[in-house]
Unconditional design. Structure first.
Length: 255
């Protein structure tokens, strides 16, 4: 009798363990684990967990958004151009799927703007100009849907910075093939960067780009102060290592 009870107890324990394991791998738990890995700057591991969520639920909006943004981030860290493009294409594909699930998602529009932004770096000519127009369109929609979306505001700041610096050939091409581009200015760039900074005071990349904008405007002291402040902030993403390195290089040049 004792043996039977013991055997039965073992079976119950195994079943409970199995159930616990199953619950541990539920989608909400996987999301929690993936978010934690991302906070720990373990982006590839977080990315793989979000992909597992999509394997279980291909239309999981949050996982699609995270996979898109993480693909953009991981791609930026690649040293081989073809590998970068591979990740940027994945970022675009995930963003496209996210928008298909919910075109009115501010986050989905944001990651599409980011994906286009990363792909612009790999393009030239008319295709580049086409992407530039798309960046603004998706970022503006993201802000319209959520005025506190600091990432979309940052993208708009970068858009104004880059477009206001296009050379004559690129502007001529934009006018010839696309009827021109919307007006862009360094003042608008600073405006959007400052709005992003107010909403997310620990966003390192925003400080770097805002410093560049102030420097171009002729406010060197302001630019240096921003980079010095950036150097005292903690990293929140792996690409912050690149941001910090560039900031240090600029400080040496501007002093």
């Amino acid at each position: 009798m004792h043996l039977r009870v013991t055997g039965f107890s073992v079976i119950i324990s195994i079943l409970l363990l199995y159930c616990s394991f199953g619950n541990a791998q539920s989608i909400p738990e996987l999301v929690r684990q993936a978010d934690q890995l991302e906070k720990e700057m373990k982006e590839p591991a977080a990315y793989n967990l979000f992909r597992e969520i999509l394997r279980q639920n291909p239309d999981h909006l949050y996982a699609l958004v995270r996979c898109s943004e993480l693909s953009s981030r991981i791609g930026k860290l690649q040293t081989v151009k073809s590998k970068q493009m591979e990740y940027y294409q994945l970022a675009f594909d995930y963003a496209k799927r996210a928008l298909k699930v919910n075109a009115s998602s501010s986050d989905a529009n944001t990651v599409m703007a980011i994906a286009y932004g990363r792909m612009v770096l790999m393009r030239s000519g008319g295709e580049k100009i086409s992407h530039v127009r798309s960046i603004k369109s998706y970022a503006e929609k993201a802000v319209l849907l959520n005025s506190h979306n600091f990432k979309a505001l940052h993208v708009l700041g970068r858009w104004h910075y880059e477009v206001s610096d296009l050379n004559m050939m690129e502007r001529a091409g934009a006018k010839l093939f696309f009827g021109g581009l919307p007006e862009a200015s360094i003042d608008s760039s600073i405006y959007y960067y400052e709005r992003a900074r107010a909403l997310s005071p620990a966003f390192l990349l925003n400080y770097l780009e805002l410093a560049k904008a102030y420097y171009r405007k002729g406010q060197k002291n302001k630019a240096v102060q921003l980079l010095q402040y950036l150097s005292r902030l903690p990293n929140t993403a792996s690409e912050d290592l690149l941001v910090r390195k560039e900031a240090q290089q600029l400080l040496k040049q501007w002093r």
